[in-house]
Design a protein around this ligand. Structure first.
Ligand code: SF4
Length: 187
């Protein structure tokens, strides 16, 4: 079987490249029943009324440098991909990573239009953001190539990570970064 990487892990490179590497290299299984995951699933289900002709959770994949890159787009219509994210704040610094993720789904599925829809988990306020697919696809390819290079050699990224101080807070890899003396944020 070919090596597989997930689109969401590649997009996360913009926040912590090392975490993207660990997630892709070790492929941990995360529990499917966290409060956020359950809430997200419920809200996703309610979207089916808004998009009666759309397909949901559409799998997509393509190949890059001999690696299979896979993902699942939230909502796919005849022309567009809609990626929904349920957040604490609509001004989250993670938005560029989500744009990269959404653009990768659009390209993989051959859709020229792409929208990122942010929903505030507390009050359901929402914002629909058009994504410049070609621009974010270029960024995606850059991050994907970089990640593939590290995965192929097993070389743990040593550079200063993460980009945002909060990323280490609940990171399952914190003990490894700490043991190896790699730069990370302490809590
Ligand atoms: S602990 Fe911090 S630096 Fe280490 S992988 Fe996690 S997010 Fe990245």
């Amino acid at each position: 079987m070919k090596n597989v990487i997930f689109i969401s892990d590649i997009a996360y490179s913009t926040i912590c490249f090392r975490k993207s590497f660990f997630n892709s290299y070790y492929r941990p299984r995360f529990p499917p029943d966290t409060r956020e995951a359950i809430q997200g699933k419920e809200l996703h289900r309610s979207l089916q009324d808004l998009f009666p002709d759309a397909s949901f959770e559409v799998e997509c994949q393509h190949e890059l440098n001999g690696w299979v890159i896979k993902g699942k787009a939230d909502i796919v219509t005849a022309n567009a991909v809609y990626e929904y994210k349920f957040l604490k704040s609509l001004d989250s610094p993670v938005i560029p990573a989500y744009k990269i993720q959404a653009a990768a789904y659009s390209k993989s599925l051959g859709k020229s239009e792409c929208y990122l829809v942010l929903v505030n988990r507390k009050n359901q306020e929402s914002k629909k953001i058009p994504v410049k697919v070609d621009l974010y696809w270029k960024l995606f390819l850059k991050h994907a190539s970089n990640l593939i290079e590290h995965l192929s050699t097993g070389k743990i990224p040593k550079q200063d990570c993460p980009r945002f101080f909060w990323a280490c807070r609940n990171c399952i890899w914190r003990i490894i970064c700490s043991e190896l003396g790699l730069p990370h944020r302490r809590w």
